[in-house]
Write a protein that binds this ligand. Structure first.
Ligand code: FAD
Length: 569
């Protein structure tokens, strides 16, 4: 019986430690093991990925490749620039592959792609081995244990988890890896058909990145940002399993922090260092195993017994939230990402006429926020020039660094949707998708739904004030001074409401509060925009809209506007 020839397909698991799928590949005792990463066009071109997340991915790939080579000097991560759906049939043949092994992916697109690849493997007589490893519980198992329903609350996750049993303990990284075998590629590269929804920059990048199957030097190397035609990253956060394990080790070494961590008590205004772990991007790329994280934290919690914090606020509770959103997505598929056709997402008629007669469904009122105004609010929010320094500081940190604290995300998401601008959560989720280094479809979508009170959470009367909330954490406004340097010299009294400062003081502090943030200063005097609305008034407008929408009680897949009337279908 010839020995297996295996492709190990890295995707959501850019690590060597605690990888059940990699272990399954090694358990086959292969003659050769090809560790590859394919150019998935969905990720590379269609998804919104800003330079910061790209850099993070390349860091993770470089680090992984080095680690592979440390275990076997003849091996490394082989970057192949073609879509898996067209690449695999050729690769199976060329490298005489018997097995394809990868970590399970329950993202909507991931499932579709993997089903296609499984079918291609079947046609080629290649056996496919898949193992879960991306979440604490296999998301499909979690859904099954939740009566085949999406997990929409922490108590559902905990009850379903209890039925499944203990979260599996992590396994160590392998000590050695087999040789990869010959890496000849005699076939032609197949480019994806250009999609009309990609822009010119993406199309250029597509051309450049497809310049050769194995890269410009034909060595399967991880590309550089320049080679991809991308702008340099601006984030200080760098990727890779090595950094992730070091960060986790430092966190766990602080046993008090680990055992008593309570999310609501961590400061969203803290920076250098931030108040939470900042391990999310490593979890996203699988550079850190969530089960490694969970058990290292849980073992400390067990030592502290009654003195340790508990889910949902504890560190382990945070990881359970992550599983909750993965479970919701696994059950709902593509529908999870939108309001339309999503049976679990409440329909809110964002910036459309919102005063509705609940008995007839007829629009009786005016536009709460009309479309043009909503567009302006959205743009100013995105560009960090709302005139509310707390919101602007967060949005600028997000764009520059790709990460903001969870409560900061709460603040900007609430402000854009039901607590300020009354703009659809899907618009905000798209901005986060592009800018976050930790963008995780399930977590991003789920949290946006939570914050906009369209799913998971319904207390829409609880709103974040862009003034009182940050004041609680950071009286002097150090966070604002860092990310909105125009206001660096403002007195603490005015740091969250600069428009209230007397003009003479504004001049003294070298910044005038005027305009909408698009006009340049005059060299010595900078400018900072006036607030784009009166927050108290706008909050009431939003509250009224939410109240009306909740009264009508329509959900995404059964609401439609017909002749000016919201109708339940
Ligand atoms: P810690 O507090 O140290 O938590 C440890 C880990 O638990 C995190 O790394 C993360 O994996 C997980 N976690 C913590 N809170 C949550 C949560 N509420 N939901 C899901 N997982 C959680 N998280 C993402 O990983 N990707 C996203 O795209 C994302 N988008 C978000 C969008 C909005 C509008 C909001 C409000 C939250 C979003 N979150 C997202 C959740 C959360 O804000 C981040 O996971 C967290 O801030 C990451 O920082 P940390 O690693 O220091 O978290």
């Amino acid at each position: 019986m010839p020995k297996p020839r295996v492709i190990y397909w890295f995707r959501t698991d850019l690590r060597l430690h605690d990888s059940p799928a990699l272990q399954a590949a090694l358990d086959l005792k292969p003659e050769c093991l090809y560790p590859i990463w394919t150019w998935d066009p969905h990720y590379v071109y269609r998804a919104r990925v800003g330079p910061n997340r790209w850099q993070f991915l390349l860091d993770c790939q470089n680090d992984l490749s080095k680690s592979i080579t440390r275990l076997n000097p003849k091996s490394k991560l082989l970057l192949i620039r073609e879509a898996p759906q067209t690449l695999f049939p050729k690769l199976f043949k060329e490298w005489k592959i018997t097995h394809l092994v990868f970590e399970k992916d329950t993202d909507a697109y991931g499932r579709e792609r993997d089903d296609e690849v499984k079918e291609l493997a079947k046609q080629a007589g290649v056996e496919v081995v898949i193992r879960p490893g991306r979440t604490l519980y296999d998301s499909d198992e979690l859904v099954k244990a939740n009566h085949n329903k999406p997990t929409m609350s922490m108590s559902q996750v905990q009850a379903a988890g209890a039925k499944i049993g203990d979260i599996v303990r992590p396994i160590p990284a392998p000590k050695s890896l087999p040789d990869p075998g010959p890496t000849n590629l005699s076939f032609k590269q197949q480019k994806p058909a250009s999609s009309p929804d990609i822009n010119a920059i993406q199309r250029d990048a597509e051309e450049q990145s497809y310049n050769a199957l194995a890269g410009p030097n034909n060595d399967f190397a991880v590309p550089t940002m320049e080679e991809l035609g991308l702008n340099p990253a601006t984030t200080p956060h760098r990727g890779g399993e090595t950094i992730a394990l070091k960060m986790l080790g430092d966190i766990i070494a602080n046993e008090d922090y680990t055992a008593t961590f309570e999310k609501p008590k961590t400061a969203p205004t803290a920076f250098e260092p931030q108040a939470t772990t900042l391990l999310s991007p490593y979890l996203h790329f699988g550079a850190l195993s969530c089960r490694e994280f969970y058990w290292r934290a849980q073992d400390i919690v067990s030592k502290y017994r009654g003195k340790a914090s508990q889910p949902p606020v504890s560190l382990t509770g945070q990881l359970l939230f992550r599983d909750m959103y993965f479970g919701a997505q696994a059950a709902l598929g593509y529908a999870f990402g939108q309001t339309y056709n999503n049976p679990r997402c409440r329909f809110i008629p964002w910036h459309l006429p919102s005063e509705i007669d609940p008995s007839s469904g007829r629009i009786t009122g005016r536009y709460l926020v009309d479309s043009a105004q909503a567009e302006t609010f959205f743009k100013r929010w995105q560009e960090g020039r709302t005139g509310f320094p707390w919101i602007d500081a967060l949005m600028r940190q997000l764009k520059l660094e790709g990460w903001i604290h969870h409560l900061g995300r709460h603040a900007v998401a609430c402000f854009l949707t039901r607590g300020g601008c009354y703009v659809d959560w899907e618009r905000g989720a798209e901005v986060f998708e592009e800018w976050l280094v930790d963008h995780e479809a399930a977590c991003n979508i789920g949290n946006w739904q939570w914050l906009s009170c369209t799913a998971f959470f319904a207390q829409f009367y609880r709103c974040y004030s862009p003034i009182a909330f940050p004041q609680k954490w950071d009286k002097d406004g150090d966070f604002v001074r860092k990310y909105v340097p125009e206001l660096a010299h403002f007195d603490s009294k005015y740091i969250y409401e600069p428009w209230k400062a007397p003009i003479a003081d504004q001049k003294r502090w070298a910044c005038l509060v005027k305009g909408d943030g698009t006009e340049a200063g005059d060299g010595t005097l900078k400018t900072y925009p006036k607030p784009m609305f009166d927050f108290a008034t706008q909050r009431e407008v939003c509250m009224q809209g939410m109240k009306n929408a909740y009264q009508v009680g329509l959900y995404g897949n059964d609401a439609k506007v017909l002749d000016g009337t919201w109708r339940k279908l």
